[in-house]
Design a binder for this molecule. Structure first.
Ligand SMILES: Nc1ncnc2c1ncn2[C@@H]1O[C@H](COP(=O)(O)OP(=O)(O)OP(=O)(O)O)[C@@H](O)[C@H]1O
Ligand SMILES: [Mg+2]
Length: 353
């Protein structure tokens, strides 16, 4: 078990590209940290620096108080699981799982015991003699995890480990990973593009934007109080509705001709980004805060997503309702936007108001 601390860690690639300017992250012993962010924001780079597969250009990485920058990957006591499982095709499941220990000269009996224990935990006991090609995708992924677990490392690193699996297996593995991590108490850094994985796995989420940590906090913190429009747009699916608007004399004004004007008890004056989540807009039978013209409807069974445009201003808007609904295309829906569900950001500083 281990605390992992990144102190002003930066990465400049040999071609001069500054993938990570400077990042601070204080990961507690046993914590499950999930890294999210758009493609190319530096998630894999960060993980690979922690693993020792990339050099660290600036700052310090320490594990349990010991500086790791110059340590070889094998000396860091870290196990990494990738999107591609990279199992040895000619070795059995047991051989794959025990390979790392065998390489280190661990006794055969000890390896066998460890492999058996971990296989039992991952429900792989009956598959130990098979070759990887005789396994399903989910079973292969479990072997890759098992290989990481038998080493009993101080830290787990996962880089989109479930993205090759089908939807049902992903759910199953997601639940298993969380339970195993709780049971083992191993400090974990996990990269994913999947909103549900991010929200359900993380003790704390890190939203990366062009190599810097835009916000760090519990999943619900980030959902309820995003610090910037970037985080607001990134956390939640479908994304939060964000509009450029103006605050003036306790009014929120939307559109060129002041076509929408809402009462607002915020004292800020000036340009803002105004946000409201699709699930927080309320349909009303009487005249609402604004009208939405329906352009497309997605019926998902348990919920319905309605896409449209706000009448009078040229802005797209998404509405999320529970249960089935079938509004006509081009019909109008009156909507209320309750103020206690608003998110307001200063348009200049991009900071939450
Ligand atoms: N060896 C390299 N040399 C130069 N630039 C690189 C190198 N490897 C990655 N980069 C760049 O660094 C940035 C971060 O890459 P990284 O792979 O960490 O992104 P990522 O967040 O993992 O993206 P994805 O979600 O697509 O996996 C990208 O702009 C990428 O092009
Ligand atoms: Mg990546």
């Amino acid at each position: 078990m281990a605390a992992v601390v990144l102190n002003k860690v930066g990465k400049k690639y040999p071609n001069g590209f500054h993938a990570i300017p400077s990042i601070d992250l204080d990961i507690k012993d046993g914590e499950f940290i999930v890294l999210v962010g758009p493609s190319g924001c530096g998630k894999s780079t960060l993980l690979r620096m922690v693993a020792g597969l990339e050099t660290i250009s600036d700052g310090e990485l320490s594990i349990n108080g010991t500086r790791m920058n110059e340590r070889e990957p094998a000396e860091r006591d870290i196990a990494m699981v990738f999107q591609s499982y990279a199992l040895y095709p000619h070795m059995s499941v047991a051989g794959n799982m025990g390979y790392g220990l065998k390489n280190r000269g661990v006794d055969k009996e000890v390896i066998e015991q460890k492999v058996n224990d971990v296989a039992a935990m991952l429900d792989l006991s009956h598959l130990l003699d098979r070759k990887p090609k005789q396994l399903s995708g989910g079973q292969r992924q479990r072997v890759a995890m098992g290989r990481a677990m038998v080493r009993d490392p101080q830290v787990f690193l996962f880089d989109e480990p479930l993205s090759n699996l089908d939807a049902k297996l992903r759910v199953q593995m997601r639940v298993e990973i969380r339970q195993l991590q709780r049971k083992l108490g191993t400090t974990t850094l996990y990269v994913t593009h999947d909103q549900v994985e991010a929200m359900t796995l993380a003790d704390r989420l890190v939203v990366l934007n062009q190599g810097h940590a835009e916000q760090v906090g519990s999943p619900l913190d980030l959902y309820e109080r995003p610090a910037t429009p970037f985080v607001a747009a990134f956390i939640g699916s479908p994304a939060m509705n964000l509009f450029s608007a103006h605050l003036q004399q306790n009014k929120l004004i939307l559109g060129q001709n002041e076509s929408i004007m809402l009462e607002c008890d915020h004292s800020f004056e000036g340009q803002v980004v105004w946000g409201i989540r699709p699930e927080h807009l309320e349909v009303t039978e009487t005249e609402g805060d604004f009208k939405m013209r329906v352009k497309a409807v997605e019926s998902l069974g348990a919920e319905t997503l309605i896409y449209g445009a706000i009448e009078g201003v040229n802005e797209e808007v998404v509405l999320r309702l529970s249960g089935p609904h079938q509004p006509e295309i081009n019909s109008n829906i009156e909507l209320n936007a309750p103020q206690d569900k608003w998110h307001l950001f200063d348009a200049n500083t991009q900071q939450r108001l």
